[in-house]
Write a protein that binds this ligand. Structure first.
Ligand code: NDP
Length: 798
């Protein structure tokens, strides 16, 4: 075409990236790959292979080994053997390895980019300019964390060999998000890439050999979901880090419930993209293109739900259609394409089914009308899907609620800010949100109200190694990136058992203890700031250590828990109260407990049978613990990150919401406070189930709460059979987090039963804590457990 013609038509010419280097690399390997275990390449014992294809043309790229049980065992063994030495290297030595990996990735960045595009179908523009630079940045950044590990995390150590399972949408990027922090922290790794996209992970393993990474530190097993499942169930892996669908995340949570494996889950999303009437609409539309058509919409945090203010909705939809018409869909190796191929025919079919569903539901559809490439091999349709827009979508419809994981945008309108927030939060997910407004006050007013781990203001799909990424609700828990991401690969140093420890085994309620009480000492439940009779109308005896009847407690049930959860939700003002106010109230609580120290000492002595001296120590330590959390309430602050952009990311520590707390029997006042205080200091509201035999210590505490200005509904207490009540809390979908200090069986049950809404869970896994030991039982680790990080990205400049 002549230049003058180009000027006339403004048509794009093809701008292909050469696949030659990548094809040569495949040829060098005869297009066959083994597993990378203990620094060596080996065949899978099963002898089974599967193929990986190029989604853009359906051509087979290579044969890949399928790891079975003995292969996974061998990889875990290698990681376990390598762990002690790798962990005990100095931070500097590990930093050098990570630095070498970053350098090597940088030197071969184009090969990685081309290979990723061929294996995944995403455009070279994205792999070259986004995925691979971010991968490199991750290794540099985490080389830094390795160097600083001892000084920055003095109270923490590596966990052990970890299993990492990643999806196909960002193959090498997800590898880097997992491998870099794991190695920096001193863990060794067994990684399974997705079946569709193993190639860049295989090339990465080669790079590990090139930089001389010690054998066994990084092991790669390729295979289907079954291989992942073998890893999940392997007893020697001490942590599972998973990115993928919420359904598989749920299975993994259930499978690991009775183990002490640490777990992070980065799951799906249905993220809102909110355009206010005062937004720069042209920028917002460009943002939308990046939000939903980046990587063909196969992005966990894709802005797939457009919420636009009614006054500008027509204008936005009109301009959006015009912009969509200009999108270029085709060969992913062509540098001028906006969208490439969908990962596999089955995924395309899934997208099509959901689009058909949308039509059936009555939504209006508008699709890009260009010509999609054909499948060169099979001569049929290629694996491409047109950019698609749905308007007139009802918020409850399937397409508004289900993650489509394709280039499909659904749009809805709102009138007021409150309505925008309500619609945005009307999702089981909570991964990311994008807010567009030229009024920064408005944007910063909305950001904290959104239930999501990331909020982008006037931008979208921003990622950086220094800024944690991860979800709320059914989008999972745990963060990747930044300081918070490092904590996910560390555990607190084991501390010794304190000499002052007091533990009292549980007194059994004796049937013979029927002495009539002179006064009615039946302690009620405490719900919404009021004492309430249990729904069941039953009471349970509480017996003193000497066998005499101490009193009675209400036998709470499912309905009482439901009422308590409702009351806790009504106290949401506590979340937005100032940390200073929460600190003041906690100090007041300490004052009022101390005033009644003699009474509590007596109660603890009588109920648990410890000496007066021991009981006095429990009360004294309780007062000190309240002081700790009053102090921390306004000091567990967030951070400001400065990612490589003109802007900031504010890492805000936010409360989780309504937390269920199931307390243990030992040191009943102190253990209860150790769980309650970090929760409320962070702004959570709680439903607390006290120890069954010593519940009267906790019911005595109502009066302390009442006299300390703790707003009603912030602390709700339901007494009764704690195992049973714990089960109800675990199943309750309006409880966002659950802490259980109970027997091993109770902890396992709680983990299994709480997958419905993917509660953030902490349990003691049946092990007793020393509640008197400040290192184990108070401090920032607990504040971290009681909070989740939201990163708010704010670009600046004109
Ligand atoms: P899947 O959950 O199907 O797979 C993810 C990984 O888990 C793959 O490696 C898969 O293997 C493996 N796997 C499958 N079944 C099991 C099992 N029973 N036990 C252990 N491992 C298993 O998700 P997709 O690959 O389909 O990825 C898309 C999903 O991932 C979307 O929901 C998306 O939102 C989410 N995602 C989340 C991100 C986040 O950061 N929050 C980022 C990227 C994606 P195989 O591929 O061989 O089947």
């Amino acid at each position: 075409m002549e230049i003058t013609e180009i000027f006339k038509t403004m048509e794009y010419s093809p701008a292909p990236e050469s696949p030659d280097l990548a094809l040569e690399w495949l040829k060098e390997h005869k297009s066959k790959f083994g597993l990378f275990i203990n620094g060596k390449w080996c065949k899978a014992k099963s002898g089974k292979v599967f193929s990986t294809d190029n989604p853009a043309n359906g051509k087979k790229l290579a044969s890949i080994s399928e790891a079975g049980k003995s292969d996974v065992d061998a990889a875990v063994r290698a990681a376990k053997l390598a762990f002690p030495k790798w962990k005990s290297l100095s931070g500097h030595e590990r930093a050098r390895y990570l630095y070498a990996l970053a350098r090597q990735l940088q030197k071969h960045s184009r090969l990685f980019a081309v290979l990723e595009t061929m294996d995944n179908g995403k455009t070279i523009r994205e792999t070259r300019d986004i995925d691979i630079p971010l991968v490199i940045r991750h290794f540099y950044h985490h080389s830094g964390w390795a160097q600083l590990l001892e000084s920055e995390f003095p109270e923490h150590i590596a966990i052990g060999p970890v299993g990492q399972i990643i999806p196909w949408n960002f193959p090498l990027l997800m590898l880097s998000w997992k491998v870099a922090p794991a190695l920096a922290a001193g863990n060794t790794v067994v990684l399974k890439p997705a079946e569709y996209t193993p190639l860049t992970a295989l090339l990465f393993a080669e790079i590990c050999s090139q930089v001389g990474l010690p054998p066994g530190v990084f092991n790669l097993v390729t295979g289907p979901g079954q291989t992942g499942s073998l890893m999940v169930n392997h007893p020697d892996l001490k942590k599972i880090a998973f990115t993928g669908s919420t359904d598989v995340g749920r299975l993994i949570r259930e499978a690991t419930a009775d183990t002490d494996k640490k777990l992070t889950l980065e799951l799906g999303g249905k993220s809102p993209f909110i355009i206010f009437e005062d937004a720069d609409l042209d920028s917002a539309i460009e943002g939308l293109v990046d939000a939903i058509w980046f990587n063909q919409g196969q992005v966990c945090c894709a802005g797939s739900r457009l919420l636009v203010q009614e006054s500008v909705a027509e204008k936005v939809i009109d301009r959006l259609k015009k912009r969509m018409a200009k999108l270029r869909v085709g060969d992913p190796l062509d540098k001028s394409m906006d969208m490439g191929a969908i990962i596999a025919p089955i995924q395309k079919e899934r997208i099509q089914n959901l689009v058909d569903q949308g039509k059936k539901e009555g939504a209006a559809i508008w699709q890009w009308e260009g010509k999609l490439p054909q499948n060169a091999e099979k001569k049929g349709d290629g694996c491409y899907f047109p950019p698609t827009l749905f308007t007139n979508v009802s918020p409850a419809s399937i397409i508004a609620q289900t993650e489509i994981f394709g280039p499909v945008l659904v749009s809805m309108t709102f009138r007021t800010t409150d309505e925008a927030v309500m619609l945005a939060n009307n999702s089981a997910y909570g991964l990311a949100a994008s807010v567009w407004s030229e009024n920064i006050n408005q944007a910063l007013h909305v950001a904290p109200k959104l239930k999501s781990g990331v909020v982008w203001i006037n931008c979208t799909n921003q990622f950086d190694a220094s800024v944690g990424f991860g979800g709320y609700r059914e989008s999972g828990y745990g963060r990747e990136g930044g300081r918070e991401g490092m904590f996910e690969y560390l555990k607190p140093k084991e501390s010794g058992i304190s000499k002052n420890q007091i533990r009292k085994s549980v007194a059994k309620v004796k049937a013979s203890a029927t002495t009539a009480l002179s006064l009615d000492r039946t302690a009620k439940l405490y719900i919404g700031g009021k004492q309430a009779r249990p729904d069941s109308g039953y009471s349970l005896n509480v017996v003193n250590a000497d066998g005499s009847l101490a009193g009675e407690i209400g036998d709470g049930n499912r309905k009482d828990i439901r009422n308590a959860v409702e009351a806790a939700h009504k106290s949401s003002g506590w979340q937005s109260s100032t940390p200073h106010l929460r600190a003041q109230i906690l100090y007041f609580l300490a004052e009022n407990l101390e005033t009644r120290a003699v009474e509590f000492k007596k109660r603890i002595t009588q109920l648990t049978g410890v000496t007066e001296k021991q009981a006095a120590l429990e009360v004294k330590t309780s007062v000190s613990r309240i002081f700790t959390y009053a102090a921390l309430a306004d000091k567990h602050e967030g951070m400001i990150h400065q990612p490589p952009m003109r802007g900031l990311a504010l890492a805000l520590n936010e409360p989780i919401g309504v937390l269920g707390l199931v307390c243990p029997d030992e040191a009943p006042l102190l253990s209860m406070l150790s769980m309650l205080l970090p929760a409320i200091a962070m702004g959570n509201s709680v439903v607390l189930v006290p120890s069954r035999p010593f519940a009267l210590v906790v019911t005595d505490f109502y009066q302390v709460l009442e006299t300390s200005d703790v707003p009603s509904g912030v602390v709700n207490i339901v007494t009764g059979d704690s195992a049973k009540l714990g089960t109800v809390l675990a199943k309750h979908d309006d409880v966002a987090g659950l802490w259980v200090a109970g027997t091993k069986t109770e902890c396992t049950e709680a983990c299994k039963l709480s997958t419905g809404n993917m509660k953030i869970i902490w349990t003691n896994n049946g092990a007793q804590l020393d509640w008197f030991d400040n290192q184990q039982s108070e401090g920032r680790e607990w504040m971290r457990r009681a909070s989740q990080v939201k990163n708010v990205w704010i670009p600046y400049g004109e």
